[in-house]
Design a protein around this ligand. Structure first.
Ligand code: 4AD
Ligand code: MG
Length: 436
C-alpha cells in the first residue's frame, strides 16, 4: 500500500480535516473528465466524496492514469479538503497526488438499470452500490440500537443452538441435515432455549440466524433470516407488548439519530418514522376481522390466520405499528397459553409495521402448566421425547413467562422503506437462490 506523507483519513471524517492535506483510499464510483480536469467520485466504504484532479496540480502520469480509470478501480488520492455546500456530502478533495492500485475496465454493474435477478447474481459486487451501502449501514444501526436497548434494560444475551433435534414453529418448514448417523434440523427459532435461559437469568434474548424451508416467493420471506427473541420470566402478554413497543421506538430513534444520511440516501420519508412513539394501537383478532370484513381487498375468512393482503390492509389503517392480539389458538403454535377468558384464543400478539409492510413481530405468553402443555404437544403430533427437557421447565419452578421474535430483515425493510426484504440481507437465501 502507498505510504503517504499526508495522514490517511476516511470520507466520514472529512469534516474534521477542512483546510488540511489528507489521503483517502477507496474506489472509483464514477468519473467524468473535461479537458484538464477529472472529477472522481471516490467511495471508501464510509461515504462518497468528489475529488477534483486538475492537470497542473498532479504528476503527469497520475493525470493520465486517472483519465482512463473505469468504475471500481482502486486508488489513493491525496489533497486538500475543502468545504463546499454545493458538493454532494458537503466536501471536496483538491487532489495533488496519489496512486492507482488497480485499474479496472468493464465492471459488471453500471449506473444503468439492471434487472433484480442479475443484480442478485452479482450480490458480491452489488453491495458496493450506494443504495445497498445505505441499507447495510442501516441494518448495522438497527442491530446496534436493538442490542443497546436490551443491554440498558438489563437483559442477558444468550446464544441458542443452530442444530436442533426438533421443530419449534411447525414441521412443514424444517431444513433437515445429516448429523453423523442421525439427522438434525436447522433452527426455526431460539425460543425454546430462551425459555430455559430466562428461568436461569430472568430476562434474556437470543439473536442469530434462523431457517425456514419456506416455499413462498414473497417479498417478506427468506429461507435464512436473523431473529431477535427476548424472553422474560414472570411476564405476561401485556408486559411483552409494552416491551415490543419500547424496543421498536428505541431502535427507530437510534436510527434517526445515527443513520440519517443513509435514510436520506434511500429517500425515506422520515416523518413516518418520527411519528413512532408509544402507545401503539392494540386491537384484538376479532376487531381486526371486523375491519377486514369491510375491506374490498380482503378475502379473509374468520378463524383463519391473516394473509399478506389482510395484513397490508390492517397496517395501512394506522400511522404507528399495530398490535393484533388473541388469535384463534388453532392457527398458532403449540406452546402458546390460551386466554382464560376465551379458551379458543391464544395469548399471542403479532405486531404489524406501518405503510402496509405487515408482520414484523410474533410473540406470546407461554403455556406454563405441565399437563396442558403435554396435551398440546399431543394435539400437534409432536414427538414428546424431544420435548422432555422443555417440559422440565414446567416441572421445576414453573412461572408465567412470555416473549416474542423480531424478524431483523423485515424490521430493517420497514425502517428503510425497502419493498423486498432480500435487499436487507447481505447475502439473501431464498427458495430459488443460494448463490453467491
Ligand atoms: O412469528 P414467528 O414464526 O414466531 C416465532 O418464531 C416465535 N418462536 C418467536 C418468539 O415468540 N420467540 O416468527 C417471528 C418473526 C416474524 O414476525 C417475522 O418478522 C420473522 O420472524 N420471520 C421471517 N422473516 C423472514 N423470512 C421468513 N421466512 C420469516 N418467518 C418469520
Ligand atoms: Mg408469525
Amino acid at each position: 500500500m502507498t505510504s503517504t506523507d499526508a495522514p490517511v483519513t476516511s470520507v466520514a471524517d472529512l469534516s474534521e480535516h477542512v483546510g488540511e492535506r489528507v489521503a483517502l483510499r477507496g474506489w472509483v464510483y464514477n468519473r467524468s473528465s473535461k479537458g484538464k480536469l477529472h472529477f472522481v467520485q471516490l467511495r471508501d466504504g464510509s461515504g462518497l466524496v468528489q475529488c477534483v484532479v486538475f492537470k497542473k496540480n498532479v504528476p503527469e502520469e497520475l493525470f493520465e492514469a486517472v483519465g482512463h480509470l473505469g468504475q471500481e478501480s482502486s486508488l489513493t488520492l491525496i489533497g486538500n479538503v475543502s468545504a463546499d455546500e454545493r458538493a454532494p456530502g458537503g466536501f471536496e478533495l483538491q487532489v495533488d497526488g496519489g496512486e492507482v492500485h488497480h485499474a479496472v475496465d468493464g465492471y459488471p454493474i453500471t449506473p444503468k438499470e439492471h434487472g433484480v435477478d442479475y443484480l442478485l447474481s452479482q450480490r458480491h459486487l452489488w453491495l458496493r452500490s450506494k443504495r445497498q451501502w445505505a441499507i447495510m449501514r442501516l441494518r448495522d444501526g438497527v442491530i446496534t440500537g436493538l442490542r443497546r436497548f436490551f443491554d440498558e434494560q438489563g437483559f442477558v444475551c444468550i446464544d441458542s443452538p443452530i442444530f436442533t433435534p426438533n421443530a419449534c414453529e411447525g414441521t412443514s418448514t424444517l431444513f433437515e441435515v445429516d448429523y453423523f448417523d442421525d439427522k438434525a434440523f436447522l433452527t426455526q427459532s431460539g425460543q425454546l432455549y430462551a425459555e430455559a435461559a430466562c428461568m436461569a437469568l430472568g430476562k434474556v434474548y437470543t439473536f442469530g440466524p434462523t431457517f425456514r424451508a419456506e416455499k413462498s416467493k414473497t417479498r417478506r420471506h427468506l429461507t435464512e433470516f436473523w431473529m431477535l427473541e427476548p424472553e422474560v420470566a414472570y411476564a405476561d402478554l401485556d408486559d411483552v407488548m409494552r416491551l415490543a413497543e419500547d424496543m421498536i421506538t428505541y431502535a427507530v430513534r437510534h436510527v434517526l439519530e445515527h443513520r440519517r444520511p443513509e435514510l436520506d440516501a434511500l429517500e425515506r420519508d422520515v416523518s413516518k418514522l418520527e411519528a413512532i412513539e408509544p402507545p401503539f394501537p392494540r386491537i384484538t383478532y376479532d376487531e381486526a376481522a371486523e375491519i377486514l370484513k369491510e375491506s374490498p381487498d380482503s378475502e379473509f375468512v374468520y378463524g383463519d390466520d391473516f394473509g399478506a393482503p389482510d395484513e397490508t390492509v390492517l397496517s395501512n389503517r394506522f400511522d404507528k405499528p399495530v398490535m393484533v392480539h388473541r388469535y384463534p389458538a388453532g392457527v398458532k403454535s403449540f406452546y402458546m397459553k390460551r386466554d382464560p377468558e376465551a379458551p379458543d384464543k391464544a395469548l399471542c400478539v403479532d405486531v404489524l409495521g406501518t405503510e402496509g409492510v405487515g408482520e414484523i413481530i410474533g410473540g406470546s405468553q407461554r403455556e406454563d402448566d405441565l399437563d396442558v402443555l403435554l396435551e398440546r404437544i399431543k394435539e400437534h403430533n409432536l414427538p414428546q421425547e424431544f420435548f422432555d427437557w422443555y417440559l422440565d421447565l414446567r416441572r421445576y419452578g414453573t412461572v408465567p413467562h412470555a416473549g416474542f421474535g423480531l424478524g431483523l430483515e423485515r424490521f430493517v425493510g420497514w425502517i428503510a422503506g425497502v419493498e423486498h426484504i432480500r435487499e436487507c440481507s447481505p447475502f439473501p437465501r431464498m427458495m430459488s437462490r443460494i448463490q453467491p
